[in-house]
Each structure stands twice: as structure tokens, then as C-alpha cells.
Ligand binder design. Structure first.
Ligand code: PMP
Length: 363
């Protein structure tokens, strides 16, 4: 037939790799205490709402946004301490930058390497962009890098792209900086240190940009309290950034995001204060969790905590929490290394208290 129809046509026309994928699923959190997605629980302070709306009121909605987002990039450079001489490209969330990297460096027979358990979008984007994906297992006991295995995989597969989340999601730990340095040095391709959780740790590779020609640092404003804006940024040697920028769709950062982000970054101290609260709550929450019977609490430098529960109880406990109005993330079954694991995002003191009380009833 001239037209495509039915399941047979789906199988012929849609690439097998896409047919085999499941769409990224976001659970409905309506009416629940939302501790599943590593968001900052605090909203924009009341006193900033009017000035923010005034900034938005000046924007022209009939015109395309500044394609280079020049003011925003200048503001980001100054606020986030991006080293002089480094290139900077913005994405609609850091997800889009991962996709841009994969499009720029991908192609048949090329490999994207990461470590597992890790951020699931690396694999998903590799698949969509047509790269082979290779996930090197982290050490089972503490989720540290298995340096020997990672170096061997790099040697064997010569990845065009390597992603290391620092701190790692969903485990919350920082990998050893000297191991990351070894990986950068051994890599024939680009190594992207993904610092999505930078607001919650004192460690970063940002100041080390330029130490290696193949190091890039990926960041986002999502976790600092601006997840709704969808804004990520990638910094690195300008010759690499220039090539990656060619895969960017024009106007990928919309007018409202550009204006809102410039406004927010001019009030960065507000988000720094919120971040400090979250870090303090993380310590309080970790301590309370560690005091619970049979609960293994993994150390975290991020705004979430990974937990391992007694054998076979993660699923029922997750459901028990949900029944009491608290949504966290069930990782049991997501990866062999995450058996019996749950991940909870650090919320406000009240939310964390509600979580702890619900958990005590659910276990
Ligand atoms: N990198 C890591 C390690 C993440 O955990 C996330 C979000 N969960 C992202 C990148 C994507 O963040 P965004 O697209 O909101 O910038």
C-alpha cells in the first residue's frame, strides 16, 4: 500500500532501537509530597515575585529570542565562575546538551561510555542518537569508580564520549578526583564531568577546565531551584564548544527563560541560602535514617539520599509511603546494583519530617 499502517509499518519504519525503547516516564505527583526528582523544595521568595514579573513584562513575545542568549551567557560566566577563555553553550536543560554532544560526536560504530548505576539519560540519548552505549559497573560495595575496569573499557572501546556525574545520580557519591583525572588522560574522546549537583558539594572540575584538552563540564540551574526554566550549560575548550554548538537548534533558550534566568542569577544569594538549608537538612535526614533498624544510608554530596532496605522490602515500603502521601523514587529493579534501593530527595524540614514519620510506619 502507498500509506503506512499498522504494527508492521511501525516495525519497518521506526528504527529498531527506538521501537525497543520505553518513553521516559514521569509519575504523577498530584497531591503528594514530592521527593522524587531532586528539585529544590523552595519557591521564589515572595519579595522577588513582583520584580521578576516586571522583568518578564519587558520581554517581546512576538520576536524570536536572542539566539546567542548573550546577556544570559555573560551573567552565567560571572555568577558561576566559568574560567576565562573557555567556551560556553546553553541547552534546554542539561539533557539537551547531552543530546547535542551525542549528535556532534555520535554515529555508527561510535561509543558513549558511562558508569552504572548512573544517570539514565546517557544511555537513552546514546540510543536515540545512534551510538553504542557502554556502562561500566561501579564497585558494588560503595559505588566508587572501578578504575581498572573503566580504563580497560576505554582502551577496548575507544569511546568518543564519556560521561561521569560528579556527584553521581542515583548514588549521591563523588568519585575520586584522581581517578577521574586518569580517565580523562586515558580517553581518546571527550570526557564530560556532569556537575548537575554542584550546588550541594564543595568539589568541582570547573576550575580545572583547560588542564586537559578533552575535559568539558556540564551544569544545570535545575537543582539550585530553577528546574522549571529548563536551562543547562556546558563549558570547555572553545574549539570543542564551537562544534557542539552547530547541533543546537536556533532559539533553544526561550525569551521567558533567558529573562528569568538573568533575573534569578542577579539574586544568586537567595538560591545559595536555599542550598545551604538543603545541605543542612541532608545531614539531619541522613542521621535520622541511619538510626533506623536495617537501613543502609549511602553518603551523599547531592540533594538526595540513596537507601538500601532489608531484602524484598523496597517495593512495599515505596508503596506504603505513597499511600501516606509521600512520593520518592523506587530504584529496586532499575539496575542489578540497586536491589532493595530507594532514593529520597531532600525537601523542606517539614517535608523531611513527614517522610521520616511515614517511613517509620511503612517499614
Ligand atoms: N545530569 C544528571 C546527573 C542529572 O541527575 C540530571 C537530572 N536528574 C540531569 C543531568 C538533567 O538535568 P536538567 O536537564 O534538568 O538540566
Amino acid at each position: 500500500p502507498a500509506h503506512a499502517a499498522g504494527a508492521a509499518a511501525l516495525d519497518t519504519l521506526v528504527r529498531p532501537a527506538i521501537r525497543a525503547l520505553s518513553a521516559y516516564h514521569v509519575p504523577d505527583a498530584t497531591g503528594l509530597i514530592k521527593l522524587d526528582a531532586m528539585e529544590n523544595p523552595y519557591s521564589l521568595p515572595e519579595e522577588l515575585r513582583e520584580p521578576w514579573l516586571s522583568a518578564l513584562r519587558e520581554q517581546a513575545l512576538n520576536r524570536y529570542p536572542d539566539p546567542q542568549a548573550s546577556l544570559l551567557r555573560t551573567t552565567l560566566r560571572a555568577t558561576m565562575g566559568i574560567p576565562a577563555g573557555m567556551g560556553l553553550v546553553l541547552g534546554n536543560g542539561s539533557d539537551e546538551l547531552i543530546q547535542m554532544l551525542a549528535l556532534a560526536l555520535g554515529g555508527p560504530g561510535r561509543t558513549l561510555l558511562s558508569v552504572e548505576p548512573g544517570f539514565v539519560m546517557y544511555r537513552m540519548i546514546a540510543t536515540v542518537a545512534g551510538l553504542d552505549y557502554l556502562g561500566v559497573p561501579l564497585r558494588a560495595e560503595d559505588f566508587a569508580l572501578d578504575l581498572d575496569a573503566t580504563l580497560a573499557a576505554i582502551e577496548e572501546h575507544q569511546p568518543a564520549l564519556t560521561f561521569l556525574a560528579y556527584p553521581n545520580n542515583p548514588t549521591g557519591n563523588l568519585f575520586a578526583a584522581d581517578s577521574i583525572a586518569r580517565i580523562i588522560e586515558a580517553s581518546p574522546g571527550l570526557v564530560v564531568v556532569d556537575e548537575a549537583y554542584a550546588p550541594f558539594t564543595d568539589h568541582s572540575f570547573l576550575s580545572r577546565l583547560g588542564d586537559w584538552p578533552n575535559l568539558l563540564v556540564l551544569r544545570t540551574v535545575s537543582k539550585m531551584g530553577l528546574a522549571g526554566l529548563r536551562l543547562g550549560y556546558l563549558a570547555g575548550p572553545p574549539e570543542w564548544i564551537e562544534e557542539i554548538d552547530k547541533t543546537r537548534l536556533p532559539y533553544n533558550i526561550n525569551v521567558l527563560t533567558q529573562a528569568s534566568a538573568v533575573f534569578a542569577l542577579r539574586h544568586a544569594e537567595v538560591f545559595d541560602a536555599q542550598t545551604r538549608l538543603i545541605r543542612a537538612e541532608r545531614e539531619r535526614l541522613a542521621k535520622a535514617l541511619a538510626a533506623m533498624d536495617g537501613m543502609q544510608v549511602y553518603p551523599s554530596e547531592a540533594n538526595f539520599i540513596l537507601l538500601r532496605l532489608p531484602d524484598g522490602t523496597a517495593g512495599p515500603v515505596f508503596m506504603g509511603l505513597k499511600a501516606q502521601g509521600v512520593l520518592i523514587k523506587n530504584l529496586d529493579g532499575a539496575h542489578p546494583r540497586l536491589r532493595d534501593c530507594l532514593r529520597v530527595t531532600v525537601g523542606t524540614a517539614d517535608e523531611n519530617q513527614a517522610f521520616l514519620e511515614a517511613l517509620a510506619k511503612a517499614v
